[in-house]
Write a protein that binds this ligand. Structure first.
Ligand code: ATP
Length: 137
């Protein structure tokens, strides 16, 4: 697959890291296909992370993801899903490699700066959660 979906999470946007993160994304060879500054209500955040329903961190995740605006992105590159997850680093920034986006900008496991889809199928589903077909040139 050559596309993935990403989100710059509320803390990273609020703290003024959007430009630096987008620069790293483009610098790594990803083309921005679609981009939108928007906002998730707690309910919409819960839908986005429905796979985590019932887990101990689910309510906290919904709350953190709806604190302030996010930037939604569809990104294009050969091997996009796998290469993007390498660029962002491990979910827990304590385990993220040096030079990854999460190592540089994550504050904690729950406030880990960015999201990246974990499969081609989820990239498609998550992209369509935020963008209409007309917005995905
Ligand atoms: P993302 O989906 O945001 O790219 P991921 O695929 O690396 O992250 P998931 O397992 O899908 O990780 O978890 C989604 C998000 O929920 C994580 O990015 C993290 O912010 C939060 N999270 C995951 N596991 C925990 C946990 N054990 N405690 C607290 N928060 C967690």
């Amino acid at each position: 697959g050559n596309r993935t979906f990403s989100m710059i999470k509320p803390d990273a946007v609020k703290d003024g890291h959007s430009g630096s993160i987008l620069k790293m994304i483009e610098g790594a060879g990803f083309r921005i296909v679609a981009i939108k500054l928007t906002y998730l209500s707690a309910e919409r955040a819960g839908e986005f992370y429905a796979v985590h329903t019932g887990k101990p961190f689910y309510d906290s995740l919904k709350s953190i993801m709806s604190e302030s605006p996010i930037i939604a992105l569809i990104l294009e590159k050969e091997n996009a899903v796998e290469d993007f997850r390498k660029l962002i680093g491990a979910t827990n920034p304590a385990n993220a490699d040096a030079g990854t986006i999460r190592k540089l900008f994550a504050k904690s496991l729950e406030r880990n700066a960015v999201h990246g889809s974990d499969s081609d199928e989820n990239a498609q589903i998550e992209g369509s959660f935020f963008f209409s077909a007309l917005e995905k040139f």
